[in-house]
Design a protein around this ligand. Structure first.
Ligand code: G4F
Length: 329
C-alpha cells in the first residue's frame, strides 16, 4: 500500500506535535504548516518537535493567506489534513475579536476550499472545542447539544464547525469535527491553568518563585490527556463515513483540585503560595463543561485512559525535570 501523506496545521503545538509522532509511528509522510518565525527560531518555538523535527516536512506559511494554503495543499497533496492551528486562548473580552475570528474562521475556510478544488478525496479533521457549548442547556454535553458559545474563540469554532459540515454535505468531502474538551500534558502552553500550576510548582521547588496568582479556584473543567485525544482525531479519519464526535472524560475537577494535587505531590502546602487574583477571573462560567463521549466509544472504540492523578503527576514531573530540580519521589 502507498505511504499515506498527512498535513497538520499547528504542528508545533501540543496536539500537533503528539499527532505528528503518532502518524510517523504509523508510517505516514508527515507535513506541517508552521509560521515562518517558528521555522527561523526552532529552538524557541518548536520545543515540542524536538523528538521528530528531523522526520517532518515543514512548510512556512500563515493561515491568514489563501495563496499560501492553496500552494501548500497543491504541493503536499495530502491524503489526510488535520486542522489544529488556531488562536486558542479563551478570552471573554471582545477586545481581540477581529483577529481571532479572521484567523480561525478563514483558516478553516481556506483549507476546505483548497481541498475541494485540489484533492477532494483528502480526509479533513477540524479541531472543535467544548467552548462551542458555552452556556450549555444540558450537562453533560454531547453531539446533539445546542451550541451557545460565549467567547470569541467559541464563536469562531462554531463557524468552523458549520463550514466543515457544509463542505461535507454539499461537496461530499470526508470532513469531520472533533469537539474536544480540555486536554493537557507537559506540552501544554504555560498560559493555560494546568501548566501554569505545574510550572509554578517546579519553580517554587527550585527557589525561582514564591507565589502563584490564579483566578477562580472553583472553576471546573473536564480534563483529559492530550496524547489520547490526538488518537481520537486519527480514528475519526479512518472511519468509512465522516461524522462529528465529542471527546471527553466525563469527569469534572476544579482548579482547586488540580492545585492541591500538584502541590501535594511535590510536598508543598499550596495555601502558602497561591494567591487568588481577580485579574485572572473570568465572567461567571455558569454551566460546567463536561462531555459525554459515548458516541466515540461506540463508533471509534475510543475511551479515555489516564486518570486525573496521572495527568497532574506527569506534568509536575516534566516541569521539574525541565527546570532541573528534584521532583516528587
Ligand atoms: O486552562 P484554561 O485557560 O483553559 P480553557 O479556557 O478551558 O480553554 C482550553 O480548553 C478549551 C477546551 O478544550 C479549548 F477550547 C481552548 O482552546 C483551551 O485549550 O482555563 C481553564 C479554567 C477556566 O475555568 C479558567 O477560568 O481555569 C480557570 N482559571 C482559574 N485561574 C484560570 C486561571 N485559567 C487560566 N488560564 N489562568 C488562571 O490563572
Amino acid at each position: 500500500m502507498a505511504q499515506k501523506r498527512a498535513l497538520i496545521t499547528g504542528v508545533s503545538g501540543q496536539d500537533g506535535s503528539y499527532l505528528a509522532e503518532l502518524l510517523l509511528d504509523k508510517g505516514y509522510e508527515v507535513h506541517g504548516l508552521v509560521r515562518r518565525a517558528a521555522m527561523e527560531a526552532p529552538g524557541e518555538r518548536s520545543e515540542n518537535l524536538v523528538n521528530c523535527r528531523h522526520r517532518l516536512n515543514l512548510h512556512p506559511g500563515s493561515l491568514e493567506s489563501y495563496p499560501t494554503i492553496y500552494r501548500t495543499i497543491a504541493t503536499v497533496k495530502p491524503d489526510e489534513c488535520y486542522h489544529l492551528a488556531a488562536q486558542s486562548f479563551v478570552s471573554y473580552e471582545f477586545d481581540d475579536e477581529f483577529q481571532t475570528l479572521n484567523t480561525n474562521i478563514n483558516g478553516t475556510h481556506f483549507l476546505l476550499s483548497a481541498i475541494k478544488d485540489l484533492v477532494p478525496n483528502c480526509r479533513f479533521y477540524m479541531a472543535g472545542s467544548s467552548e462551542m457549548f458555552g452556556h450549555a442547556e444540558e450537562s453533560p454535553q454531547k453531539e446533539t447539544t445546542r451550541f451557545r458559545p460565549r467567547s470569541v474563540y467559541g464563536i469562531s469554532k462554531v463557524a468552523s464547525f458549520e463550514l466543515t459540515r457544509n463542505y461535507r454535505e454539499q461537496y461530499k468531502l470526508h470532513a469531520s469535527s472533533g469537539i474536544l474538551f480540555n486536554h493537557e500534558s507537559p506540552r501544554r502552553g504555560r498560559e493555560f491553568v494546568t501548566r501554569k500550576i505545574t510550572n509554578a510548582v517546579a519553580r517554587i521547588l527550585a527557589g525561582q518563585a514564591n507565589e502563584l496568582r490564579l483566578g477562580n479556584l472553583d472553576a471546573r473543567r473536564d480534563w483529559g490527556y492530550a496524547k489520547e485525544y490526538v488518537r481520537a482525531m486519527w480514528l475519526m479519519l479512518q472511519q468509512a463515513d465522516p461524522e462529528d464526535y465529542v471527546i471527553a472524560t466525563g469527569k469534572l475537577h476544579s482548579v482547586r483540585d488540580f492545585v492541591e494535587m500538584a502541590f501535594r505531590s511535590a510536598g508543598l502546602d499550596w495555601e502558602k503560595y497561591v494567591i487568588v487574583d481577580p485579574d485572572f477571573y473570568r465572567p461567571s462560567e455558569k454551566t460546567p463543561l463536561v462531555g459525554c463521549s459515548e458516541k466515540a466509544s461506540k463508533h471509534l472504540g475510543w475511551f479515555p485512559e489516564s486518570t486525573f492523578e496521572q495527568i497532574v503527576s506527569e506534568m509536575v514531573h516534566a516541569d521539574c525535570k525541565r527546570i532541573g530540580v528534584q521532583g516528587p519521589a
